[in-house]
Design a protein around this ligand. Structure first.
Ligand code: B12
Ligand code: SF4
Length: 523
């Protein structure tokens, strides 16, 4: 049987990274079936196109995975596929919470023949076998013989065949430049960001997050050996095609067990499996200097930190009181000292937020080493404690907001400001962090660092700008390049002519004790 795994586009950005679930399920598919992958972010398709594709390729089963924000598109695509007579199975965090919606059991239209609840590592082979025999059931749940939910242990994680998977749709290097760039250094003909997981689960249970409910508070890890092997395979692939590759460790909290993270990073270093990597780690776990040394030495470049708010009252409300705003600066400086920078994520619209929250946050951000601040609106995702609380309080203005997803638009009323005020705050945050002046300031703040770091922060800021300000298409990019031409000129000049010698800071006044000694010794 031919199987298509499809991930819908998010309608806002071209995702910079493919979704892991597709590669994982492909690797877990029983022998004898062919699996094709389409990520709508890389290969945009509409309903008619996907139906045609399914017919042309003689697909026998389609699997669709989606987050809440993509579910409306996922349902439309599923409807078009089912109209061709091909069964659709859906999985992922949204349908796990809203299975009745996907199956049309809530009074609405039916979109899926079957849903896979929760982690599908163990149910997927059964789904494929049932579909091949025309005996697809409606619901697949990962349960043990007693009917209790069972979480895969990850100890026998499958080897994803990165050396042979078709990754053409995920190359971030523009087609026209590939030939030329392949010849530069070790080669830049391809550049891909590949998702790798080293573990699952987070016990913290922040109020707005689906992770603790979905993956459970039982934390599970792959063996170090299996992660190291995967990194080595990815490195070999990049080398063989004269390209580059970076890894996003998609674990919810990569350092949730600091001892184990250190041991993994040590093993990566020992095996020479270092790649440039990004990971999500909460600020409270970044206190350990040895951990930060190992992050830097193993190739860690960017750490995503869910700071959420600089207001402790908000953090407490969200059950995220373990975030201590007073230690954010120290955490970021600890990272920056090793040239590791942070993607700092903030949520606007929390119950203690009032107008001016974006500027109050930026007052702090400006005192930190440069990074990539991002701003989002508090969103009640189905299945979260936040959703239940707001529903009970009658504060949901669009209880089924996912059925008509509107980017950067609230679905509930904040307590101390209006929805429009919250939108304006998010806009303020993005506009002030990604204006040409702000980007130039970020680059200049790394004045003492080698050119590579300055270029890195410049390019990263340009890309992240696109999360809020749509930058789809060549024209949009040209406009951004024109707006940032001064910074580009300075960086290019430095690359071509080298760095202008900067005035050395005056020698510091000797410390009191040194002065005393020098005077006493007659120097
Ligand atoms: C990596 C990641 C991202 C990446 C992008 C996704 C990517 N390209 O991988 C980035 C950083 C860009 C991102 C952004 C966002 N993310 Co995100 N992200 C994740 C993260 C950390 C890992 C995803 C992952 O690969 N997990 C590992 C795989 C193996 O798990 P999985 O995808 O759930 O798949 C398993 C099952 O669900 C199931 N399954 C999944 N799909 C399918 C399909 C079929 C057919 C079947 C049978 C089974 C199946 O089988 C898999 C194996 O068990 C998750 C949290 C998490 N741990 O999952 C959040 C998560 C998916 N993100 C989330 C959110 C909310 C967002 C944002 C909206 C945040 C924001 N406010 O901006 C944005 C939106 C991005 C966008 N514009 O599209 C939520 C989604 C919740 C929901 N109900 O939708 C999650 C769950 C985290 C959370 N805080 O609750 N994210
Ligand atoms: S620390 Fe992160 S992954 Fe864990 S519950 Fe909180 S937001 Fe979710």
């Amino acid at each position: 049987m031919k199987i298509l795994l499809y991930n819908p586009d998010n309608g806002v950005t071209r995702n910079f990274m493919p979704h892991l679930w597709m590669f994982l399920l492909q690797a877990l598919t029983p022998a004898g079936h062919e699996v094709l992958l389409i990520d709508g972010n890389a290969q945009p398709m509409d309903e008619a196109q996907i139906a045609q594709y399914v017919r042309d390729q003689k697909i026998g089963l389609v699997g669709i995975g989606a987050m809440t924000r993509m579910i409306a598109k996922a349902y439309r695509m599923a409807d078009a596929i089912r109209a061709t007579g091909v069964p659709v199975v859906m999985g992922g965090p949204h349908v796990t919470e809203m299975a009745d919606e996907a199956l049309g059991r809530d009074g609405g239209p039916r979109h899926a023949d079957a849903v896979a609840l929760g982690e599908a590592d163990e149910t997927w082979p059964q789904i494929v076998n049932d579909a091949a025999q025309g005996k697809l059931k409606e619901v697949y749940a990962p349960v043990d013989v007693f009917g209790q939910e069972r979480k895969p242990s990850l100890q026998d994680y499958p080897a994803i065949p990165w050396q042979s998977i078709d990754l053409n749709q995920f190359n971030l290097v523009p087609g026209a430049a590939r030939g030329m760039l392949q010849k530069i250094g070790e080669g830049w003909g391809t550049f891909r960001i590949i998702p790798v997981e080293s573990g699952r689960g987070c016990p913290y249970g922040c109020e707005f997050c689906t992770v603790t409910g979905f993956f459970g508070d039982s934390i599970r890890f792959r063996t170090n050996e299996s992660v190291v092997k995967e990194l080595l395979a990815l490195k070999a692939r990049a080398r063989s095609e004269k390209g580059q590759m970076a890894v996003f460790f998609i674990d919810d909290n990569f350092a949730i067990n600091v001892k184990r993270t250190k041991s993994l990073l040590r093993d990566i270093i020992t095996a020479g499996a270092q790649v440039h990597w990004v990971a999500q780690i909460s600020a409270n776990l970044l206190r350990d200097e040895e951990l930060i040394d190992l992050i830097a030495a193993s190739g860690g470049k960017w750490i995503f930190i869910g700071m959420e708010s600089v207001d402790p009252a908000n953090l407490k409300d969200m059950n995220k009181g373990f975030n201590k705003p007073e230690e954010y600066a120290a955490v970021l400086e600890r990272l920056a000292k090793r040239n590791v920078y942070a993607i700092t994520s903030f949520i606007v619209g929390m119950d203690n937020d009032t107008t001016g929250v974006a500027e109050r946050t930026l007052e702090q951000v400006r005192t930190w080493p440069p990074g990539l601040p991002i701003f989002g609106l508090l969103t009640p995702l189905p299945g979260t404690p936040l959703y239940k609380r707001l529903e009970t309080a009658g504060r949901l203005t669009r209880p089924k907001h996912w059925q008509e997803f509107i980017a950067f638009t609230m679905a509930h009323t904040p307590l101390k400001m209006t929805i429009e005020e919250a939108h304006a705050e998010v806009n303020y945050g993005w506009a002030h962090c990604y204006s040409p002046e702000a980007i130039a300031d970020a680059v200049n703040s790394l004045d003492d660092e080698p050119l590579g770091y300055r270029v890195n922060i410049f390019l990263a800021r340009l890309c992240f700008r696109g999360i809020y300000f749509p930058m789809l298409g060549k024209f949009a990019w040209l406009k951004v390049i024109a707006q940032n031409r001064k910074t580009i000129f300075i960086l290019v000049k430095e690359a071509v002519f080298g760095r202008k010698k900067r005035p050395q800071p005056a020698a510091p006044e000797p410390a009191y004790a040194e002065r005393e000694t020098a005077e006493a010794s007659g120097d």
